[in-house]
Design a protein around this ligand. Structure first.
Ligand code: SD4
Length: 331
C-alpha cells in the first residue's frame, strides 16, 4: 500500500469513518467526557475564533448558496476586517508602537494551497490579498511594501486603517509605552475561521492586525502556515488565536491536524496542543492566552485555551452560536 493511501486509510479509521464498531464506540466514549466537543459532527459547518457571529453567518450563507468553503472563509473574514469597532483586525486595528497598523493574513484551500500577506499596511481586506497571492502568484507569502503594491496592482484601494478610536488608544499607551500582553484584551477579535462545505471540502483563513503596540516589523502566527492555520482536506483543520510567539514555537495548528490524523478528536487535539505550550520548560503560561479551534472531516469540532475568556462561534445544523471554551487554568 502506498504511504499516502496508508495514512488516508489509517486516519479515516481513526475518525470512525470506516465501518469498525470498536473504533466508533471508543470515540463515543471519548466524546462523552468532553463537554465542549461536538457530539455529532455534521456538515456543512463553519467555526470561528471569538464571538464572530456576523462572520460565521456570512460564511454559512455563502455555503448554503452553493459556494465553496474557500469563498465562505474569505467572505466571512471580510466582515470583521471591515468592522472598525474590532480593534484586532483590518480597519480600526490597533497599531504598532510607531502608530502604524500592519496586517497579517492567510488562507488555505482544500488542495493544500496557501497564500499570505505579512506586515501589510493601508489595505483593509488582507484576507482577499492573501487569496490573490495564492491564486495569482508563484509565491506563498508577500511582505510589507511588496504586499501593498501587489494589492494595489490587483485593484485594492489604499485606505488609512488607523481610526480615531485606535489613534486615541495608541496615544494613551504612549504615555507609558509599557509593553505587556494583557490576557484576552489585546487579543479579542483576531479571526481564524474553518469551514466544510456541502461537498465535504475544508478551507480555512486567519486575519489580524496582530498584537497591539508590537515592535515595528513584528509578524505573529496568524499568517504562517502550520502555526496560525493548517488544513488537510483528508483530515481536518485548525486555527489559533492569542500570543502568536507561543503558537509559532509549537507549530500549533499543524500539530492539531497531525494529532487528529493519529485518531484524536478535535477536542483532544486542541487540549494536547495547549499542553505542549504549558509544559515547555520555563513556560510563562500564567501570563498569556492562546486558544485553538479545530474541525475534523466529519464536522466534529473542538476548542480549548490556556485561560478562561476564549469563545468559539459555530454555525452548524442551521444554528449560529458562541460558546465559552474550557481552559487549562482552573479547568
Ligand atoms: C498574533 N495571534 O499576532 C495573533 C494575535 C491574536 O487574537 O490572535 N489575537 O500573535
Amino acid at each position: 500500500m502506498k504511504r499516502r493511501n496508508f495514512i488516508k486509510r489509517a486516519s479515516l479509521t481513526g475518525l470512525g469513518l470506516a465501518v469498525g464498531t470498536t473504533v466508533s464506540s471508543c470515540l463515543t466514549e471519548d466524546r462523552s467526557t468532553k463537554k465542549t466537543a461536538s457530539v455529532t459532527g455534521t456538515i456543512p459547518v463553519v467555526i470561528g475564533t471569538w464571538d464572530v457571529k456576523n462572520s460565521t453567518a456570512k460564511a454559512w450563507e455563502v455555503i448554503q448558496n452553493g459556494g465553496s468553503s474557500l469563498d465562505a472563509m474569505e467572505q466571512g473574514c471580510r466582515i470583521e476586517e471591515a468592522n472598525e469597532k474590532g480593534q484586532s483586525v483590518g480597519k480600526g486595528g490597533l497599531p504598532d508602537r510607531d502608530g502604524k497598523v500592519t496586517l497579517d493574513a492567510c488562507i488555505m484551500n482544500k488542495d493544500g494551497d496557501y497564500g499570505a500577506v505579512v506586515c501589510m499596511q493601508n489595505i483593509t481586506h488582507a484576507i482577499s490579498v492573501a487569496r490573490k497571492v495564492m491564486e495569482d502568484t508563484p509565491h506563498v507569502i508577500l511582505a510589507g511594501k511588496g504586499a501593498e503594491e501587489f494589492a494595489v496592482s490587483k485593484g485594492f484601494k489604499r485606505e488609512n486603517l488607523l481610526t480615531e478610536a485606535s489613534k486615541k488608544a495608541w496615544k494613551k499607551w504612549k504615555e507609558k509605552s509599557e509593553y505587556k500582553p494583557i490576557i484576552n484584551i489585546e487579543n479579542h477579535d483576531t479571526i481564524g475561521m474553518l469551514a466544510i462545505d456541502k461537498k465535504g471540502d475544508i478551507s480555512g483563513a486567519c486575519t489580524t492586525s496582530g498584537l497591539a503596540y508590537k515592535m515595528a516589523g513584528r509578524v505573529g502566527d496568524s499568517p504562517i502556515i502550520g502555526s496560525g492555520l493548517f488544513i488537510d482536506n483528508e483530515i481536518g483543520g485548525a486555527t489559533a488565536t492569542g500570543l502568536g510567539e507561543e503558537v509559532l514555537k509549537t507549530v500549533g495548528s499543524f500539530l492539531i491536524v497531525e494529532l487528529m490524523r493519529q485518531g484524536k478528536s478535535p477536542q483532544e487535539a486542541c487540549e494536547e496542543a495547549i499542553k505542549r505550550i504549558v509544559d515547555k520548560p520555563n513556560s510563562n503560561f500564567k501570563n498569556f492566552q492562546v486558544g485553538y479551534i479545530a474541525v475534523n472531516k466529519k464536522g466534529e469540532t473542538g476548542f480549548y485555551s490556556v485561560h478562561k475568556g476564549f469563545t468559539m462561534t459555530k454555525y452548524q445544523d442551521g444554528k449560529n452560536s458562541s460558546t465559552p471554551s474550557t481552559h487549562y487554568i482552573n479547568s
